[in-house]
Design a protein around this ligand. Structure first.
Ligand code: DCP
Ligand code: MG
Length: 449
């Protein structure tokens, strides 16, 4: 392992919600919740002001509304977040050719490979400058972790949140990791966490104390060996430069083969949800759903189904995965299950509107996408005026939809660099009101034309 903290992990703070607050001055310092607003919607993320009410990513929107009834509820604007993400990733690439994005708002950077840092002091300086540059270029804050390995750099950025920088000095890793819960280690999901807890292993230090042989006995050779190494803070995984993402998938290996067909079905649903979360956090949707099943005898099957258009709707992916499972014989037990989505596409405007209002239309995302003409999309009124979308009015200028219903739409007129603006109400078919593109968050030398 390297001897200087030159692996950097960046994670933007409350990314979608911060972008919305920067875009909408009246929401700064307020509880803001971004996600699907339909009956089956889930929270994509929320501002730190909303987190004090207990709201978090992946929570059903209905529950968030109970916890924080006065928060602002907005639909996600993926194209906008993607544009900000590209600015951030561009700054990272100025530091090093080895940039490994993990999602729209998160990446590893090998500072040493880029000559941007070689010791503790230069790493700190590079990290601090990066944070200042991100602020200047995007108007948003990101947290930075610096350490000698990927695992520790990610733990450091988590500790730095929000709006901070934490360096884990090489040599201090084991003392730091020791008291942390086993779930801190990469590769320890709920199943492995439960398994370890049942034998009395709760902390990283207890993994180290149990010893490698015991870990291998409990979790199998590959997993046990890897986990033991992580517990000793040995992580030699290199930062791998960006590859074109071809598919997004998740899988779980079970410590004990699953025989119960109902349980297999539940695991597949859970994996489908996890896969969709990962897909969404990368700002993608996909057309082909893939199910992978490894049976008790190690025979491995994959089954796939291609939809008519790309989706990121958890219900659509769940249903497809369940259909695929129907065609697989699992008597005898399964040791591994996986769900993936390939045939990836960037979010389209249609996806976005579907997220905003179409969630009651089962599988609507998948069926509709092909049929919508690119030139003149026929967008139902309630989707056009989904909360959070930008609009422009012939007389009052630029604003955003604060709410709509019963033939009316409420617009707050403000721009990223204005004072908090005033609210006005219009008829939904007001000819002077039109959907608009988001405005850049930062004006001046960095702003795009
Ligand atoms: N995201 C999502 N669904 C999830 C998790 C995340 O759509 N279940 C999206 C919204 C987030 C973005 O991905 O803004 C980045 O995810 P993070 O986990 O980094 O969360 P945040 O950046 O929102 O907050 P934090 O400050 O904790 O990083
Ligand atoms: Mg983040």
């Amino acid at each position: 392992m390297r001897s200087a903290p030159t692996i950097l992990h960046l994670d933007m703070d409350a990314f979608f919600a911060s972008a919305e607050q920067a875009s909408k001055p009246s929401l700064r310092g307020k509880a803001v919740i971004v996600g699907g607003l339909g009956p089956r919607g889930v929270v994509a993320t929320c501002s730190y002001e909303a987190r004090v009410f207990g709201v978090h990513s992946a929570m059903p929107m209905a529950q968030a509304r109970r916890l924080a009834p006065n928060a602002a509820y907005l639909v996600p604007r993926f194209a906008f977040y993607r544009a900000i993400s590209e600015q951030v990733m561009g700054l990272l690439r100025e530091l090093s050719p080895l940039v490994e994005p993990l999602s729209l708002d998160e990446a590893f950077v090998d500072l040493e490979a880029g000559g941007a840092a070689w010791d503790d002091a230069s790493a700190r300086l590079a990290g601090a400058k990066l944070r200042a540059d991100i602020r200047a270029v995007t108007g948003l804050t990101g947290s930075v972790g610096l350490a000698a390995s990927k695992m520790l750099a990610k733990i450091a950025s988590e500790q730095a949140k929000p709006d901070g920088l934490v360096v884990i000095e090489p040599g201090t890793e084991r003392a730091l990791l020791g008291p942390m819960p086993v779930r801190t280690l990469p590769g320890v999901g709920p199943a492995t966490g439960d398994h370890l807890r049942r034998v009395g292993i709760h902390t990283v230090e207890e993994i180290a104390e149990a010893g490698e042989d015991e870990l291998v006995r409990l979790l199998g050779k590959a997993h046990g060996h890897a986990l033991y190494a992580m517990a000793l803070a040995h992580d030699e995984r290199p930062v791998v430069a960006e590859r074109e993402t071809k598919s997004v998938s998740v899988e779980d290996t079970y410590d004990i083969d699953i025989h119960d067909r109902v349980r297999v079905g539940m695991e597949v649903q859970r994996l489908a949800d996890r896969c969709v979360r990962r897909l969404r956090s990368a700002g993608l949707s996909g057309r082909t759903i893939v199910l992978k099943v490894r049976r008790y005898d190690f025979s491995t099957l994959t089954r796939s189904e291609t939809l008519r258009g790309p989706t990121d709707d958890p219900a659509v992916v769940r249903e497809a995965a369940a259909r695929l499972l129907d065609s697989v014989d699992t008597t005898g037990g399964v040791r591994l299950l996986g769900v993936g989505v390939s045939g990836l596409a960037d979010y389209t405007q249609e996806d976005l509107f579907a997220q905003a209002a179409g969630e009651q239309e089962d599988s609507g995302v998948a069926e509709d996408a092909d049929d919508v003409p690119a030139e003149a999309p026929v967008v139902p009124v309630e989707r056009r005026w989904a909360s959070g979308l930008d609009v422009t009015h012939a007389e009052f200028g630029h604003g955003w939809v604060q709410g709509s219903g019963v033939g009316r739409v409420t617009v707050r007129f403000e721009t990223p660099d204005s004072e908090p603006g005033r609210v006005r109400t219009f008829r939904v078919d007001d000819p002077e009101l039109e959907p608009a593109e988001p405005l850049p968050l930062v004006r001046g030398p960095f702003a795009e034309a």
